[in-house]
Design a protein around this ligand. Structure first.
Ligand code: PHB
Length: 390
């Protein structure tokens, strides 16, 4: 009897510390493309998440927030397997990251089944937030930037446009929302061109653009691919052909813009974030990010990661550290705060981000190329979901 009692007491003692520790740690499974074509997105978001924790501490509502980083190489089957392992083995309270749309979508059924919030920090296809009630987004949708870009073009003397997009979710959203808006505003879409998402060759489509000679070419390619597109655009002499380049800010990506060359000066584009955004908060963010990362300039992906981390912290604060998925989602809905990009919130109905969209012009500032904002469209909800509601 005595022996059994001692054994039980020993067992309880042996279990106690680890059980207590497990309770006090909230794990965040951060799945990003750290290698492969989308590696710049992974690098930017990882750096932003680390910066957020360095600035805000690793403890929230009395719990330690532990980030577990996994590289999905931007292969959706890998994303799904990693998400499953993070939920089953690591018991994460949040899944976060997702560099491309197919990765975010592949994880949606796991989020639903496990009732684990999925915080989309990068991917931009409108339909993602509809794939699970446990998804919330801190990045953007392509329609958010493509609709204002089309409105600006129609208002500024551009009559004939060719569109060129990556042939997958966000590209198709960009093409559709730009074309529909531009036509409704009286413009003509001469042709909709698409290139493969992986290892695109722009020469055949750029030849077509040179032949058609529209007033403007509207482009979306995902972050990390812009420089390659711009190089071929310039090599074919299109920058001097009278065809105006207009784009979503994914093309004039802060991660690559400075290396694209002076031919980019004057390019008009629309997006949610510029490293040049004029606010005290952004100046402090850019300075801290550059200091912590050997001078690397933060791009819109970094801001999606930084704000995603804020959303996780703020949700935990609101639930007082409770990690029940439904309670966390209730906390997330309607959350509003100031981001380095400006004021943002999570739409309580769609769990998608509401944010300002800025029209920008590429300019030299202090010898470097930046997207300089000159017009603000305030509090933009995803236009695709807004249109469905009507
Ligand atoms: C996406 O796959 O949804 C995606 C990736 C990079 C971007 C925009 C959208 O810049």
């Amino acid at each position: 009897m005595l022996r059994r009692g001692v054994t039980a007491a020993f067992a309880a003692l042996a279990l106690a510390p680890s059980a207590a520790l497990a309770q006090e740690t909230v794990k965040v499974g951060l799945i990003l493309p750290m290698t492969g074509q989308q590696a710049s997105t992974g690098k930017q978001i990882d750096a932003a998440v680390k910066l957020y924790q360095a600035q805000n501490g690793a403890t929230v509502a009395g719990k330690k927030v532990e980030v577990i980083l996994k590289d999905d190489t931007s292969v959706p089957d890998v994303t799904k397997r990693l998400a499953q392992e993070l939920v089953v083995n690591d018991k994460v309270a949040f899944l976060a990251g997702f560099g491309i749309t197919p990765s975010a979508l592949a994880t949606a059924p796991i989020a639903t089944q496990a009732k684990v919030p999925e915080i989309v920090m990068a991917a931009g296809t409108s339909s993602i937030t509809e794939a699970s009630p446990y998804i919330a987004r801190t990045s953007f949708t392509l329609a958010q930037s493509s609709v204002p870009m089309a409105q600006w073009a129609a208002k500024n003397g551009i009559k004939k446009v060719v569109t060129l997009v990556s042939d997958y979710g966000p590209g198709i959203d960009a093409e559709k929302s730009f074309s529909e808006t531009f036509k409704a505003d009286g413009g003509t879409i001469v042709e909709n061109l698409r290139v493969p998402m992986r290892s695109p060759d722009f020469s055949p489509v750029l030849q077509k653009v040179a032949d058609i000679k529209p007033d403007a070419l509207f482009v979306f390619v995902p972050s990390g691919t812009g420089a390659q597109f711009v190089k071929q655009f310039i090599e074919r002499g299109l920058d001097k052909s009278g065809v105006k380049l207009i784009a979503t800010g994914d093309v004039t990506d802060d991660d690559q813009l400075n290396g694209m060359g002076d031919a980019m000066v004057g390019v008009i584009n629309a997006h949610n974030y510029s490293a040049n955004h004029d606010s005290a908060m952004n100046k402090a963010f850019v300075a801290a990010f550059e200091k912590a990362n050997n001078g690397m300039r933060p791009n819109f992906m970094a801001v999606g990661g930084y704000d995603g981390m804020h959303l996780i912290y703020a949700a935990l604060k609101k639930t007082n550290g409770v990690t029940d998925g439904d309670k966390l989602m209730a906390a997330i809905k309607g959350m509003a705060w100031e981001s380095p990009r400006g004021p943002i919130s999570i739409d309580p109905e769609t769990r998608d981000i509401v944010q300002n969209i800025y029209i920008r012009k590429v300019q030299k500032v202090g010898g470097e190329l930046y997207n300089v904002e000159f017009e603000t469209i305030a509090n933009v909800k995803d236009p695709v979901k807004a249109a469905k509601k009507k």
